[in-house]
Design a protein around this ligand. Structure first.
Ligand code: S3P
Length: 496
C-alpha cells in the first residue's frame, strides 16, 4: 500500500468519523482552541486506580475537552497541596485517606457530603459526595433488612447512611478496629432511632489466610453477636482487593445466611466474598457499578451543560472488565474429579474470555517427557505429586490472566491450594455425579489411579475427596451439563 493511498484512506476515515455525532463534537473541540479543563484524583497511595481511564472514556464519548490525572499527595503535604489543587483544577475526586480531611479546606458542602461528613468530589470550592449516588444506583435491597456492614471508614459511612435512610431494620457494624466501629455507631444511632444499631463483634482476624492457603475461612457464625442472622452483607473494607485476592472477610456460614451481598471492591471483579455468595445462590454485586456511577455523577457536576448522551454505561463497563483482566492478572483454576470436564471446560472458558490456558497434566508430561502412566510406573506417585506441585507453581507464576485446568488430585494437597490462593488464583470446583464420571472416563488407560479399580473403588475415592474439593473451592457448580452452559455460569460468577 503506497503512502498516498494510505493518507487518502486515513483522511476519508477521519472525515467519516467527523460526520458522526461524536465526531462533530470532537471536531468542535479540536477547532475551538480552548484549553482543556483539568480534573484529577487526589489520594495516597493511588497505585491501582482506574479513575483516569474511566474519566477519559466518559469525557471522550461526551465530547468534554478535559484531562484527568492522578495526584498522589503524601499526608505531610496534604494541607498545602489541597489549597493549590482547589484553586488550580476545574474539579477533582478525592479518595482515601482524605475524604474527611478535605472538608475544612472547602467553602461549602452539598447536603449529602455534609450528612456523611465525607467528600469524594470537589467543584468550585464545594465538596460533594457522589459515592452515595453510585451506591444508590446499584439498587441494593435495604428496607426492613438486617444489614451487616463490614468496615468503618469513609466508604462504610456512606453505605451505613444509605441503609439507615432506606429504613433498614437493624445494622451491625463490624470493623477490625472496634473503637472505629463504635464511633460510627455512636454518630448515627441518635439520628436514626427506628433502626437498631450495634457493633458486631466477630472474633478473630477474618482476613487471615492460614499456612495452607485459605482453608481458614474466617470466623464461624457462632461468633456473631447478633442473635439473628443478617439478610444483607455490605463490604466496605479492602479485604480481598487485588493483589491480595486471597482475603475473605467472613465465613461461608455467615454468607450463606444472607440473601444479598454487596462488595465495594471492583478489582477483582468478583472477590472471594462475591464468589462464595454466588456459589451458594446468594445474590451478589461487585463495586464496579458503584464506581462507574460515581464517576458519571462527578462529571455531571463538573460539566453541567455537557450532553452525555453519547456515553454508553454498558460499553464502558465491558471495556473495564477487559482492562481489569489484562492489567490485573488473576487465574481461574478448575478442579474436580477425573472426568469432570476440567480440560474441556477450561479450553472453552479461556477462549471465550480471550485469555491463555494451561493444563497442569500436560505441563507434567512435558516437564518429564513421558506420559502420566509411565511417570507413575517408573517414578512413583510421590514423584508425580512433586512434579505436579512444581507445575502448579510455574503456571501460577505466569504473568497474565489465565484459565488453568488441574489434575483431579491437585487440590487434595492443601499446600497446592495455598500456592493457588496466594498467587491470585480462584478455585472453581466442577461437581459432577458419579454416573457422569463413569460415562466420561470409560476405560481410559491414561489414568493410572483407575487401573484395576472397580467402579465402587472409584466412587469411594471420589466420596473421600469430596470434602476437600468443597473446602478448596471459591465457587462450586454442577457440571454435568453442556460445556457452553457451564462456561456461561462460570463467566457470570466471575462477573463477565
Ligand atoms: C489424578 C488425575 C489425573 C492426573 C493423574 C492423577 C488424580 O488428572 O493428574 O492421573 O489424582 O485424580 P485428571 O483429573 O485430569 O484425569
Amino acid at each position: 500500500m503506497n503512502r498516498h493511498y494510505l493518507k487518502a484512506r486515513l483522511d476519508k476515515e477521519f472525515n467519516l468519523r467527523l460526520k458522526s455525532k461524536l465526531g462533530k463534537r470532537l471536531n468542535r473541540r479540536l477547532t475551538s482552541g480552548e484549553t482543556p479543563k483539568r480534573f484529577g484524583l487526589v489520594g495516597y497511595p493511588l497505585g491501582h486506580t482506574l479513575s483516569p481511564y474511566i474519566h477519559k472514556q466518559i469525557m471522550y464519548s461526551s465530547g468534554i475537552n478535559g484531562v484527568y490525572r492522578s495526584y498522589e499527595v503524601k499526608p505531610d503535604d496534604f494541607i498545602d497541596t489541597a489549597g493549590r489543587l482547589i484553586a488550580d483544577l476545574d474539579g477533582f475526586n478525592i479518595t482515601i485517606p482524605y475524604k474527611q480531611e478535605i472538608i475544612p479546606q472547602l467553602e461549602s458542602l452539598s447536603g449529602d457530603a455534609a450528612k456523611f461528613g465525607a467528600v469524594n468530589t470537589v467543584s468550585s470550592n464545594k465538596g460533594y459526595n457522589t459515592d452515595i449516588t453510585g451506591f444508590r444506583a446499584c439498587g441494593v435491597p435495604l428496607k426492613d433488612k438486617r444489614v451487616m456492614l463490614l468496615g468503618a471508614g469513609g466508604a462504610a459511612r456512606v453505605l451505613l447512611c444509605e441503609a439507615l435512610e432506606q429504613g433498614a431494620a437493624a445494622v451491625g457494624v463490624y470493623a477490625r478496629n472496634p473503637v472505629q466501629a463504635q464511633a460510627l455507631v455512636g454518630r448515627f444511632s441518635a439520628l436514626f432511632q427506628e433502626t437498631e444499631m450495634f457493633c458486631e463483634l466477630i472474633a478473630g482476624n477474618a482476613a487471615a489466610v492460614n499456612d495452607q492457603g485459605g482453608a481458614s475461612d474466617g470466623p464461624s457464625p457462632s461468633h456473631r453477636t447478633s442473635p439473628l442472622p443478617y439478610d444483607v452483607i455490605l463490604n466496605a473494607t479492602p479485604v480481598g482487593m487485588w493483589p491480595h485476592c486471597e482475603g475473605i472477610p467472613l465465613s461461608r456460614a455467615i454468607i450463606a445466611e444472607a440473601e444479598y451481598v454487596f462488595d465495594t471492591i471492583y478489582n477483582p471483579l468478583a472477590t472471594r466474598l462475591v464468589l462464595a455468595a454466588r456459589s451458594m445462590n446468594v445474590k451478589a454485586q461487585s463495586g464496579l457499578g458503584m464506581l462507574l456511577h460515581q464517576a458519571v455523577a462527578a462529571q455531571k457536576i463538573w460539566n453541567p451543560c455537557s450532553d452525555m448522551s453519547g456515553f454508553s454505561f454498558l460499553t464502558l463497563e465491558q471495556m473495564l472488565r477487559r482492562r481489569l483482566l489484562k492489567k490485573y492478572p488473576v487465574k481461574i483454576v478448575l478442579t474436580g474429579f477425573m472426568g469432570s470436564g476440567k480440560t474441556t471446560v477450561g479450553r472453552s472458558l479461556s477462549k471465550s474470555l480471550g485469555i491463555g490456558f494451561a493444563d497442569i497434566d500436560l505441563m507434567i508430561v512435558e516437564e518429564n517427557a513421558k506420559p502420566i502412566p509411565t511417570i507413575f510406573r517408573e517414578d512413583g506417585e510421590a514423584f508425580f505429586r512433586r512434579s505436579e506441585q512444581h507445575c502448579i507453581q510455574k503456571a501460577m507464576d505466569m504473568p497474565k490472566s489465565m484459565v488453568i485446568a488441574t489434575g483431579g488430585g491437585a487440590v487434595i494437597n492443601p499446600e497446592n491450594v495455598g500456592i493457588i490462593r496466594n498467587n491470585r488464583g480462584f478455585i472453581v470446583f466442577l461437581h459432577t455425579d458419579t454416573k457422569t464420571i463413569f460415562e466420561r472416563i470409560g476405560d481410559d488407560g491414561g489414568r493410572p489411579l483407575l487401573n484395576g479399580k472397580s467402579r465402587q473403588n472409584i466412587a469411594d475415592l471420589y466420596e473421600q475427596r469430596l470434602p476437600q474439593y468443597y473446602a478448596a473451592a471459591d465457587f462450586t457448580l454442577e457440571a454435568d451439563g453442556e460445556v457452553t452452559d457451564i462456561v456461561c455460569r462460570i463467566r457470570a460468577a466471575f462477573g463477565f
